[in-house]
Design a binder for this molecule. Structure first.
Ligand code: K7E
Ligand code: CUA
Length: 661
């Protein structure tokens, strides 16, 4: 965009933002279904039709809602600590947040994508990205917990991630900010961007049975900013399409300097070919450092390991891996339709939507129908040669597109604050509905799979002023549910969300609800500090470390009286919940502890570290209302001066036992 055009666009954007703060978008209310309440009402005791897994943005969490009710079921800490669950506070979960930079208890989670089998969500896992310190997470849909986090080397901001291939062969993660590759060579002038800054696209393999991640290989690219991507499906399976902005390779004031070119690119990668090269031993091993963290369900403990190399294939060394497709005006989303034939680009500053054809792209590549080579050797396919057609005047500022089961696409428009339904083959707009306000991502149930369910669309909106009761300077972000089963979209429901929602997935409840874990089998618990029953509960001193093997069952701790702790001790409460009933967690907290509670599931062991800072009596108690006598579920710890002659003892009821040395 020329600077003048840019100015015009800014003015247009400003006008829209003024108008929506002054009055509701045109047609407000008209698209609201008259019987909306009935259609979203899930009567008490009944289940929702879909699970909706929604990114929590800068809260670092993923939240789980029901559709169509919008009811919130669970918040899952992913790149965050969560005092409600003790996640990141218990000794067992801390390693999940280790990185090559040390312990990092926060990140910015933008995208959630399901594990796929044959292009359909298989209900095993959800994958999530972190946008700041580059990481990829796998969330287990039996425990609704984060099972694994892997750090991504050579990457500066893991925004273009995670995108799953048709059979979850790989979860793909690409860098948002190109940066010099990891290692000592990174100390270069920022102005040397064009020579020294590179992009990397990581192919993280997923074990079919366990889901375990491994970085198979990376592709090194010219210094571009990758925004989003979609793996091909059906006929385009084996290809990957990534939107890139900053084709200008600017390194300052990107708002203007990265908006100069009329067109940026979609980078099309033949990943099956890249995989062949990798398997044939091509590429070079680079020394890097990245953390790989796994949670073990049997030891109930996470481990963190630093890995030290990665195989990199440089696109400059291969002729047939990558092609650039010109795409108007700073593309954001790039989305592949259910048949795999159409690739939809969304230029953030564009007033049209380009639809590319996979068949035409293949022909153009076969015929070398290129307009140029850029960045030392990547062919640029002619725009017209890859283009199926353009949707004219769809709205302002397209961001993301999802699909239904009837050949229609739904695109979110940030600037004009609406969702637009259009027919892919005819390139015609069918319907448009305002959102309140400034929609980012949108999601159709199954909308990124080979067979969308197509019943519901959810818009995830950035601004909610005047939609909910005010709560100070910060208002909630929100989701809006539309019924898309008819010709016109109908607004059914607004519901607030946790953090800032970006992408989301919806999975039919029937596919996963019966897989939900009810308890951990205590006989399979191999935590090194388990007490399998009250008879194994005890206190042991090892120098200045005191291990408390503590059990919980309705409604007492064993032991519940402990004496002989001294100042200077580090006390580790290893709490085993010996219940074997569903929905029977117990909590644990002690006065002055510098972390959160523990919330321990039936059959699980978790450890709270406590370093007392003064002498006296310290109450401990169960934090989860577990029975009528929950309030009685408590105990005392006595702390004496260092070197005191109070013996180490523990008891429950009247039996007073001397603690083991
Ligand atoms: Cu929110 Cu996917 Cu980070 Cu668009 S991105 S809105
Ligand atoms: Cu156990 Cu309350």
């Amino acid at each position: 965009m020329k600077p003048k055009q840019y100015l015009l666009w800014m003015l247009a954007a400003a006008a829209v933002s003024i108008s929506f703060s002054a009055c509701k978008p045109k047609g407000a209310g008209s698209a609201m279904a008259g019987n909306a309440a009935q259609r979203t009402y899930v009567p008490p005791g009944q289940y929702d039709e879909f699970y909706n897994f929604v990114s929590g943005g800068f809260s670092g969490q993923m939240s789980v809602y029901g559709l169509p009710s919008g009811r919130l079921f669970r918040v899952i800490p992913v790149f965050s600590v969560d005092p409600e669950k003790g996640w990141g506070f218990s000794e067992e979960t801390k390693p999940m947040l280790e990185t090559s930079h040390g312990f990092i208890p926060w990140d910015d989670l933008h995208h959630i994508e399901a594990s796929f089998t044959d292009g359909m969500a298989d209900g095993k896992w959800m994958f999530a990205n972190s946008n700041n310190t580059p990481r990829l997470a796998r969330i287990d849909l039996t425990t609704y917990r984060t099972a694994e986090i892997i750090e991504i080397p050579n990457t500066g901001g893991n925004h273009c991630s995670p995108f799953t291939t048709e059979n979850s062969e790989y979860v793909i993660a690409a860098t948002r900010f190109s940066v010099p590759p990891d290692g000592p060579g990174g100390d270069v002038p920022i102005s040397s961007y064009k020579e020294n800054f590179k992009g990397h696209i990581s192919f993280v393999s997923v074990d079919k049975e366990t889901g375990e991640f491994d970085i198979a290989f990376q592709l090194k690219t010219p210094g571009l900013n990758f925004d989003l991507s979609s793996a091909g499906k059906g006929k385009s399976n084996g290809w990957l399409f990534l939107s890139c902005y900053n084709s200008e390779q600017a390194h300052t004031l990107l708002e203007v300097s990265a908006s100069q070119n009329d067109k940026d690119f979609i980078l099309a990668i033949n990943w099956k070919k890249a995989e062949e090269y990798f398997k044939a031993g091509k590429g070079t091993k680079q020394a890097v450092r990245y953390a790989h963290n796994k949670y073990n369900e049997e030891t109930h403990s996470a481990t963190s390991e630093i890995k030290t190399d990665v195989t990199v294939l440089d696109l400059a060394d291969f002729e047939d891996l990558a092609y650039l497709i010109p795409c108007p005006k700073s593309p954001h989303g790039t989305d592949v339709n259910p048949t795999g034939e159409y690739i939809i680009g969304s230029g953030k500053l564009a007033a049209l939507i380009p639809v590319f054809s996979f068949d035409k792209l293949q022909n153009a590549i076969a015929n070398k129908d290129f307009e140029a080579e850029l960045y030392s050797g990547i062919p640029v396919v002619k725009y017209e040669s890859a283009l199926y057609g353009e949707v004219e005047k769809p709205g302002l500022g397209p961001l993301h597109t999802e699909f239904d089961d009837k050949g229609n696409a739904y695109t979110s428009f940030f600037v004009s604050s609406e969702v637009v339904k259009w027919n892919i083959e005819k390139l015609e707009v069918i319907d448009r509905q305002p959102t309140y306000y400034s929609v980012g991502h949108l999601m159709v149930a199954g909308g990124n799979t080979k067979k969308p369910f197509g019943k519901y669309l959810v818009a995830y909106n950035k601004i909610t002023k005047d939609r909910f009761l005010p709560t100070g300077p910060e208002l909630c972000h929100a989701a809006q549910l539309f019924d898309i089963s008819g010709e016109k979209m109908e607004l059914l429901l607004d519901f607030p969300t946790i953090g800032e929602p970006h992408y989301a997935q919806a999975v039919p409840a029937d596919l996963i609800k019966d897989n939900s874990l009810k308890i951990y089998d205590i006989n399979a618990n191999s935590h090194p500090y388990i007490a399998k029953g009250e008879s194994e509960a005890r206190v042991e001193r090892n120098g200045n470390t005191v291990h408390v093997y503590l059990t919980t069952i309705r409604s007492h701790f064993t032991p519940d009286n402990i004496e002989g702790i001294q100042l200077g001790d580090e006390v580790l409460f290893h709490v085993t919940n010996i219940e074997q009933d569903w929905d029977m967690p117990h909590g644990f907290a002690i006065k002055g502890a510098g972390n959160s509670e523990l919330l321990v599931m039936p059959g699980e062991t978790q450890t709270l570290k406590w370093i007392p800072d003064r002498t006296g009596i310290f109450p401990m108690y169960c934090t989860d209302f577990c029975s009528a006598l929950h309030q009685e579920m408590s105990g005392y710890v006595r702390v004496s001066a260092k070197g005191s002659n109070v013996p180490l003892t523990f008891s429950t009821g009247t039996s007073q036992a001397a603690a083991g040395e």
